[in-house]
Design a binder for this molecule. Structure first.
Ligand code: NAD
Length: 361
């Protein structure tokens, strides 16, 4: 298969970790007989330095012309970098919001998996962590409270702030469809999280998700209130497969879910539109404190590339091969500095990329 991948290496550790993911993709192409063509583009701080803006129309149109986008991370040290003396709309992060909007990426997928080899980093009790967990939070990214009308008014000496939580049936339907499609490629269970005992928007959410479920008889659907979900995540995370929820609930729950794995350098993410098109990036930032030192953990970016193979290119066996290669390397005791523990072998970013590539059979 021929696939064109737009590559945004970005700033800080971005070029290092994306370089290793490309190394792994090249090995997948070689083993499985594919051809991956890369179109390398600038975004974030490096785009500000080159063009004066964090995101150019050229970068957007070349991303749209690709089959998927692989990204590192953008931004610099927010206290010392000159990028943060610019107005907010010209800072590196404005590029990130701009590209998500320009590409219509409304579904954010964040897998949260506890690797048995790294269970020691999990802050939960051993009786819970020993069961392991492998879940994915799908967060609606372009609607809800963060995009509703807001205002602050002062009347008769009283200041009132208003935020509006709005969802249309169409916005809920498209994210619900995405959640069921992803569940079909996993363990076929969807937990829809809402606050239907209080909020109208949640009652509509529950109704539409239930309607969509009828098209996926193989998938088990359960509804859960958001407060209970926050508790269940730390009590019994193994019960979840795909959790789908609105923007703000997803923002909070996805951070909770990543925290209980204990290792940010291991967590991939994807943002998708209605088609199979997506932007794939690690959950962490540009880590300016370790940039350029060949120390960063490339696994989150490599696993993001695996998500791209699975969800954008429908290459299940290839995605499995990358994920198995990561497990194999962890099984053999290799660790980057951020996940290092006693008795393990500490390797650099590029050595980790070499080891994972070599483990792809
Ligand atoms: P960060 O995630 O970059 O770093 C937090 C800590 O985690 C640091 O100690 C860092 O060294 C470590 N870390 C992160 N990724 C790692 C990896 N792959 N391997 C080893 N260690 C890793 O968060 P921050 O310091 O708050 O932000 C730094 C910059 O990144 C800021 O400019 C911020 O705006 C930006 N940022 C970008 C994105 C993105 O591109 N999507 C996301 C978050 C933050």
């Amino acid at each position: 298969m021929n696939k064109k991948i737009a590559v945004i290496k970005g700033d800080g550790i971005g070029p290092e970790i994306v370089g290793e993911a490309m190394k792994v993709l090249d090995k997948v192409a070689q083993v499985y007989g594919h051809n991956f063509e890369y179109d390398q583009l600038l975004m974030g701080g490096c785009s500000i330095d080159a063009y004066g803006v964090p995101l150019t129309d050229e970068t957007v149109s070349r991303c749209k012309a690709a089959d998927a986008v692989l990204m590192g991370s953008i931004g610099g040290d927010t206290t010392t970098s000159p990028w943060y003396k610019l107005p907010a709309n010209l800072r590196p992060e404005a590029g990130l919001l701009g590209i998500r909007k320009a590409l219509g990426l409304f579904a954010n997928l964040r897998p949260s998996r506890l690797y048995p080899q790294l269970a020691g980093a999990c802050p939960l009790k051993e009786e819970i962590s020993s069961r392991g967990f492998d879940m994915l939070i799908m967060r609606e990214l372009t609607g809800g409270l963060y995009f509703g009308e807001r205002k602050t008014v002062e009347e008769n000496g009283v200041t009132t702030a208003v935020d509006t939580l709005t969802y249309t049936d169409g916005e809920i339907r498209r994210i619900a469809v995405k959640a069921f499609e992803v569940a079909m490629k996993r363990r076929k269970k969807v937990t829809s999280v809402d606050k239907a005992n209080v909020l109208d928007s949640s009652r509509l959410w529950r109704k539409i998700v239930t309607e969509v479920a009828a098209d996926y008889p193989e998938v088990t659907l359960e509804h859960m209130l958001v407060d209970n979900s926050a508790m269940q995540l730390v009590k019994d995370p193994a019960q979840f497969d795909v959790m789908v929820t609105e923007n703000m609930f997803g923002d909070i729950l996805s951070d909770e879910a990543s925290m209980i794995t204990g290792s940010i350098g291991m967590l991939p993410s994807a943002s998708m539109n209605e088609t199979k098109f997506g932007l794939y990036e690690p959950s962490g930032g540009s880590a300016p404190d370790i940039a350029g030192q060949n120390k960063a953990n490339p696994i989150a970016t490599i696993l993001s590339a695996a998500m791209m193979l699975r969800f954008s290119f429908d290459m299940q066996a290839e995605a499995d091969a990358v994920e198995n290669a990561v497990e194999n390397v962890l099984d053999n005791g290799f660790r980057t500095g951020d996940i290092m523990s006693d008795g393990m072998k500490c390797v650099s970013c590029s050595q980790m990329g070499d080891l994972i590539s070599a483990a792809i059979k």
